[in-house]
Design a protein around this ligand. Sequence first.
Ligand SMILES: C[S@@+](CC[C@H](N)C(=O)[O-])C[C@H]1O[C@@H](n2cnc3c(N)ncnc32)[C@H](O)[C@@H]1O
Length: 313
Amino acid sequence: MKAGNLPLPAAPATPTTGVVASEPRLLGIADSRPATALENGQYRIWAEHFEQRTGILIHDHREPFVRRELERRLGELGLDFETYLQHLLQPASGVGEWRHLLDRLVIKETRFFRHRESHDFIREQVARRAARQGGERLDIWSLGCSTGEEAYSLALDALAGFETAGHAPEFAVIGTDISVSALREARTGVYPLNALGTADRQRLTRFMESIATSRFRLTAEVRRHVGFVADNLLDQRCGFFREGADIIFCQHLLVYFRRWRRRQALNFLARRLKPGGLLVVGPGECSDWQPGFLVRERHPDISAYRRPHPEGK
Ligand SMILES: C[S@@+](CC[C@H](N)C(=O)[O-])C[C@H]1O[C@@H](n2cnc3c(N)ncnc32)[C@H](O)[C@@H]1O
C-alpha cells in the first residue's frame, strides 16, 4: 500500500489550553494500543526531520517527552516508524497528520504583555511616531504569536500609543505561527480571565467583554485591527505586508533555533522592515547578531533594532 493512501484515522482534536499545550497531561489522548518503541537511530532521524521543517532544535531534556509522544502516535495509528515518516512526507495527504503531531510537540507557552518592558517601549514608540507622522498607517507583525495574546497585546499598545498622541488609530497587527490550531484559538479572541494578572486586568477592562464567568472576549475595537495567518518562518515569506512592516515583534521563538539559523532568520526579518522600522526580539535572544544596516536601540532592558531612514529622518 502506498504511504500516501494509508487509512489514517482522523487526528483527534488537540485540547485548547492556550498555555503549555506540550504538557503530556494536557493532551488527553487515550493509549489505545501499546506504544511502539523507537530505536535511537529512528529518534535521531525524527529529530532532524522536525528541525528541518520547523527550525526547532529538540534539546536533550525534551527527548523523553518527544519520544513518548511520537511512540504514542505510532501506537494509535498502528504504524511502524518508516511508514509513518513516508506518510508525513506526502505533499497533500501528510499535511493534516504533520499539523497534528506538530501541535503536540511545539511549545506554545505565552501570555499577555509577556515581556513588559518591550510592550512599554512599543507604546512609547507608537505615540512618538503618531505625534510626528499623524495617523499614518502602522503595520505590526507578531511572529510566532501562538494563541494570540502577544498580537492582541501589541494592538492594545498601539491603541494606547495613538490615543496618547491624540490621533485616530490607523494600524494592523498580523500574527503568524506555524501551529494552525493555535491560530484557530487566537482568532476567537477569547481567553480565561485567570490568564491576566491584576494590573493587566485593569488595563484591559475597557477592551474586555464578559462572555462567561471565567472567560472574556476582546472587544471588536481591538479585534478589528488584528488578523492571523499560518506561516513558517523558515519559508521566509512576508506577503501579508507587501512593503514590509513598521514593527516586527518576535520573542521566545528564536531561542529554539540553532545560532546559525537564528542569524539567518534575523537577517531575513531585518530586510522586511520599512525604513524607520523596529525589530524587537526577546532579551538575550540574539546577543551575537549585529546586522550592518540596523542600529541597536539604547535601552537596558530590551533588544530592539531600528532600520534608519535613508535620508536620516
Ligand atoms: C513559546 S511560543 C512564544 C509565543 C509568543 N511569541 C510569546 O513570546 O509569548 C513559540 C511559538 O513559535 C511558534 N513557532 C515555532 N517555530 C516556528 C516557525 N518555524 N515559524 C513560525 N512559528 C513558529 C510555535 O508554534 C509557538 O506558538
